[in-house]
Every structure is written in C-alpha cells, then in structure tokens.
Design a protein around this ligand. Structure first.
Ligand SMILES: NC(=O)c1ccc[n+]([C@@H]2O[C@H](COP(=O)([O-])OP(=O)(O)OC[C@H]3O[C@@H](n4cnc5c(N)ncnc54)[C@H](O)[C@@H]3O)[C@@H](O)[C@H]2O)c1
Ligand SMILES: Nc1ncnc2c1ncn2[C@@H]1O[C@H](COP(=O)(O)OP(=O)(O)OP(=O)(O)O)[C@@H](O)[C@H]1O
Length: 558
C-alpha cells in the first residue's frame, strides 16, 4: 500500500481516515513481521495513530477532525515505515555480506584441501597432521584454531624449481606438553584470547573491510581505510610471557631477573631462551619455575603458548625475537636497552607500569610486515655447498630486509631483477636491498631509500651504490613477487643476508625469491602508532634537525 495514497486520504472525513488507518495497521504489521527492529518501529507508529484516534474521540465531534493533525500523524507513520524499510535493507545487506564471506571461506578451504592432496612440498606426512594456523580473514583478527583436520599451506606461486610454502606449522600436543611439564610446580596455563579492533580517525569499529576499493551502483569508491589504528583488547587475561634478552649485558640480565620476580608475583608463566635459563639457575635455584625449550620443534609451537613477547635490548633483539617465529608472532613489547631503539618504544626504567598497562589492555598495535625469502640454487648437485643446500630448504622471514651484495669481492655485482616474472632491471653496483617498511629506517635508509611508515603495505627496492646516475630507489606494492638472480655470466659470487644475519654465498645461476609474508610482527606501541613512528624518526634519527634561522638579517620588503 503506497503511503502517499494514505496521506492523501487524510483530507477525507473520520470514517475514511479510520478505514485508511486500518489499512495502515495491516501494512505496519506486515512490515513489522520482518524483524525485531522493524516490529518495534511499527508498534510505536501504530500506538501513535491509536493515541491520535482516542484524542479525537474525546472531542466528541466527529466532524471536527482536523485535517492538518491527521496529515501530521500519518506523516509520522510514514517516517516510521521509512525507517523500518531502511533497517530491513541494512539487515539484508549485512546478511548478503556474511553469505559472501562464508562462500569465500568455503572455497578457500576446498582449494587448501586440494593443494594438500596434490602434495605438500615441504612437510612430511607425519608433520601435516594437526597443522594449525592463525590466519583469519574475518571482520576481526583473532586467535583461532583452523578446522582440526585441515592442514594449511600458503598458496605460493611457482617460481623456479620449488614452490613457496610459508605456513608450515606443526601443532604437536606432545611438544606443548613438554614445555608445560618443564614447570613442575604449576598447572599448565591456557593461552589468553584477545581480539583486535580496527579504527579510523579515532572511531573504533568492529568491522574491518579488506577491500580497498568497492564498486557499488556503478560507482567506484574507496572503502573505509580501516587498518589505520589497531587496538588489541584481551578477552581473557594474558598468562604467559616469553622474555628474549640481549646476551652479554649485565644490565639486561639484572632487569631480566627483576622482571621475572615481578611476573611470578603476578602468577604469570615465564619462558626464556635455554641460555638465559641456565644463567638464571647459576644465580639462584629460585628460577627453576622458569620454562624454556629444548628443540627447534618446540620453538615452532611457541606462538601457541605465549601471550606476550618481551624483548630487552636494542633493535637487534627485536629482529632476533622476530626471527624465532617462522609463522604467527604473539604481540611484542620491546623495552629499550640499546643505543638507537627505533623499534623499542618502552622505557625499561618503568617496566612494571608498562607491563601492567599492557596486561590490562587495550593497547595500540603496529603490524610490522615481514618478507619471506627463499634461495634458489642453480644446480643442487654442485659439491661443497652443504650450507647453501641446507638454507635453500628454508623460508627466511625478515623484519628489516634481505640484502644481496658483493661481499668481499672488489668487483661490481650484477643482479638480474624480475617482478612477477617480468624483467625489471640489472643492478650493477654494490648490491640490492629488498626491505620492509620497518626496515626502511635501517640499511635501506643508509642506501638512499625513503622512510616508509611500517603499516604501509609495500616492498622497498633500494640499490646499494649503483653505478648509474639514474637508478632511484623504488617502492613496490605488497602483492608482487620479486626474484633476484646472479646471471650465469657473472664474474664473481654475491652474498645474501637476512636482517644482517645468516650470510650465504651465491654463485652464478643462483638467486633469491622474495614476497610479503602473511605473518607480521604485532608490535605494541606506547602511543598512537603514527605519532610513535614520527617521534622515532625525529628523536631517533634526528630527522631534519636544523637550527632555526633568526629574525635578524635580509628579508623581503612588502
Ligand atoms: N649501513 C647501514 O646502515 C647498515 C649496514 C649493515 C646493517 N644495517 C642494519 O642493521 C640491521 C641489523 O641490526 P643489528 O642490531 O642486528 O645490527 P647492529 O648491531 O650492527 O646494529 C645496526 C643498527 O641499526 C639499527 N637498526 C636496526 N633495525 C632498525 C630499524 N628497523 N630502524 C632503524 N634502525 C634500525 C640498530 O638500532 C643499530 O643501531 C640490519 O637489518 C640492517 O638494516 C645497517
Ligand atoms: N637473544 C639473543 N640471542 C642471540 N643474539 C641476540 C639476542 N638478542 C640480540 N641479539 C643480537 O645481538 C646484537 C645486538 O643486539 P641489539 O641491537 O639489541 O643491542 P645493541 O647493539 O646494544 O643495541 P642497538 O642496536 O640499539 O645499538 C644483534 O646483532 C642481535 O641480533
């Protein structure tokens, strides 16, 4: 029933308007049956019409129906109906969105299952069992186990002889229970659950849009820029802290011991590296409750047990912490005990307040992207390259950068670079840095690259001392896969290193393949992440520090 028709009838007599109102009541109930919100709106509208009719009856003069008042009442009913229709359309849109996401997830799972049947390139059959993943494409990023019988592998591109595969995680209950039993005094602690909320311009929202651009009604529009501010909120209290500390430092060791005592008073579980546990036990048997790990496989499941990682040291310790986690990384709280501390915002002098605030939540998080890299060997049968053989099996995850340089050679390196299999250029110079935005303030900066906010999803392509006047650094989108090859005709070898570590020699025909990893490092921030980044740039690197020019001196005369 068209509302404007009902409203038009408002100028008729009382009998006509009563008939109109009955029709209107029917209309309201029909719309109201579509949902709770619509129902309550329709009931409110109906009540206002009935009140109007009663008020008119009290007048006792049926012929004195005021056309204007009836028209107003019907207008308010029409408005209520409009709101009902809007809310119904909103609910339908939300339902369609959920349905679309469900379908996407279902198709993704089918693809993953098919991949697994086609053979997982790196995992052994017994390792595939019970693999887990924290990947979560939903509106909220959350800790959640993948379906128990569904091993997950990256849908890596085929490049060279071997495929990428970055989600190789072994969920082994036996390994977890080993870690738990190391602490004989205490029952095993459950891992805390948390959620991340996404916000923009100070507004928090539970919805996280993954689309950057949407296409609605034929118009292209940018969707909400929602990954600007990420806040971590604990659903359950964190219980286990893994402390990673810089070696050979008395002040770091002292702080580590104090922090462990404080955490023990708070009934928290503590995990440290084997070296540190031994150092602690050498000091006092009190520390026997502190847990550690014994094998690499235990490290590979650490993320399932640890609620928070605390680093005590400089930026190098943050890099070290990140390198321990080849997949998901728990939130990292970095205390500054080095010289520069670009990635270590927390003051070790007030660690109790800092940790208490973090454990209470909520806290700002910067998702620091990482690059995943793999070495491609020209010929695996070449003898004497056992180390390269071993490392070419590995996926290296870097938080700063991967570098290919001339090493000790005094000749120019010549590196062929491809982006998504398309030849880009040849680097002739000292080498090339492929950097994350976090690494943009490290080696890449020294080589002339731009500084990039760590949450910008990009890969920096920065040559080192190129022997060319026109070779400017590039910033590429996160979606690309880069390949760097030492040409067969190269005069000498090149050297690859990952976050300044694990240096390996590459020969002619060897290469490196690199792309953005799906496992960022969630770094806790002391303030809003962009302010924190700008403060580090200003205070850590003394960016654009210059004495202000005085007023005195020559000036334009108007
Ligand atoms: N010419 C250079 O600037 C140069 C040369 C080699 C390595 N590096 C950097 O050193 C890193 C390894 O760090 P390390 O501590 O193990 O070695 P390190 O002890 O040699 O320290 C390198 C310095 O770089 C700083 N740094 C590290 N990561 C940073 C970042 N993301 N932003 C700003 N500064 C950062 C550290 O605070 C430290 O002062 C490498 O990843 C590389 O980026 C820089
Ligand atoms: N737990 C660890 N085990 C082994 N090596 C570590 C560990 N923590 C840090 N390192 C290494 O020790 C070196 C120095 O660490 P870090 O950069 O944190 O201290 P720093 O040099 O005093 O500080 P800054 O880099 O700010 O000057 C780095 O190369 C890092 O990789």
């Amino acid at each position: 029933m068209a509302l404007h028709h009902l409203i038009a009838q408002s100028s008729l007599g009382r009998e006509d308007s009563s008939a109109s109102l009955s029709i209107l009541e029917e209309e309201l109930l029909r719309v109201g049956a579509d949902g709770w919100s619509s129902l309550s709106a329709s009931l409110r509208a109906k009540k206002s019409v009935q009140e109007y009719l009663q008020a008119s009856a009290v007048d006792g003069d049926e012929h004195l129906v005021n056309d204007l008042e009836l028209s107003e009442a019907l207008h308010s009913v029409a408005e209520a109906l409009r709101r009902v229709a809007v809310s119904k359309a909103g609910a339908q849109e939300a339902a369609a969105e959920w349905k679309r996401k469900y379908e996407q997830e279902r198709i993704r799972n089918i693809c993953l299952q098919q991949q697994n049947y086609q053979g997982a390139p790196f995992l052994q059959a017994n390792e595939i069992k019970n693999s887990s993943s924290a990947a979560c494409d939903g509106d909220l990023l959350c800790h959640q186990e993948s379906p128990s019988n569904l091993p997950q592998y990256a849908t890596g591109q085929s490049f060279g002889r071997k495929d990428f595969c970055d989600q190789q995680f072994i969920h082994s209950n036996s390994i977890l229970s080993n870690l738990a039993s190391a602490s004989a005094k205490k029952p095993p602690l459950e891992k805390a659950s948390f959620r991340l909320e996404w916000g923009c311009n100070g507004e928090k929202s539970r919805r996280h849009k993954h689309e950057i651009v949407s296409f609605e009604n034929g118009n292209i529009t940018t969707a909400n820029h929602s990954s600007k501010q990420i806040t971590l909120i604990w659903d359950t209290a964190p219980q286990t802290v893994c402390i990673l500390s810089k070696p050979n430092s008395a002040s770091v060791q002292q702080l580590c011991m104090e922090m462990i005592r404080w955490l023990e008073e708070k009934q928290m579980g503590v995990i440290v590296e084997p070296r540190v546990r031994q150092e602690l036990l050498d000091t006092s048997p009190y520390y026997s409750f502190v847990q550690t790990w014994e094998s690499d496989s235990e490290v590979s499941v650490l993320h399932q047990k640890v609620d928070l990682i605390v680093t005590l040291g400089g930026d190098g310790t943050v890099l070290w912490a990140a390198s321990l986690f080849k997949g998901p990384v728990p939130p990292v709280v970095s205390f500054s005990m080095g010289s520069l501390g670009f990635m270590t915002p927390f003051d070790s002098g007030c660690y109790q307040d800092c940790l208490q605030t973090i454990m209470n939540g909520p806290m700002y998080i910067t998702l620091r992207h990482r690059l995943q890299c793999r070495i491609m060997q020209a010929d695996e049968s070449i003898e004497g390259r056992e180390e390269l053989d071993r490392h070419s099996e590995e996926i290296h995850l870097v938080l700063n950068e991967v570098t290919i340089d001339r090493g000790m050679s005094s000749y120019l390196t010549n590196l062929e670079c491809y982006c998504d299999d398309v030849f880009v250029t040849s680097v002739q110079g000292d080498g090339l840095i492929l950097s994350t935005p976090s690494g943009s303030t490290a080696y890449s900066l020294a080589a002339g690259g731009s500084m990039v906010h760590p949450q910008v999803p990009a890969i920096l392509f920065t040559p080192i001392c190129p022997h060319s006047l026109s070779f400017r650094p590039l910033i590429l989108p996160e979606c690309v896969t880069l390949k760097v090859k030492i040409p067969d005709s190269s005069r000498g070898p090149a050297w690859v290193s990952f976050d300044g570590k694990d240096r390996l020699q590459l020969g002619p025909g060897d290469g490196l393949i690199c792309r953005m990893s799906s496992w960022p490092v969630p770094a806790a921030c002391i303030e809003e992440p962009t302010h924190e980044f700008l403060r580090s740039v200003r205070e850590g690197l003394h960016w654009n520090l210059r004495k202000t020019q005085s007023f005195e001196g020559p000036r334009d005369v108007s």
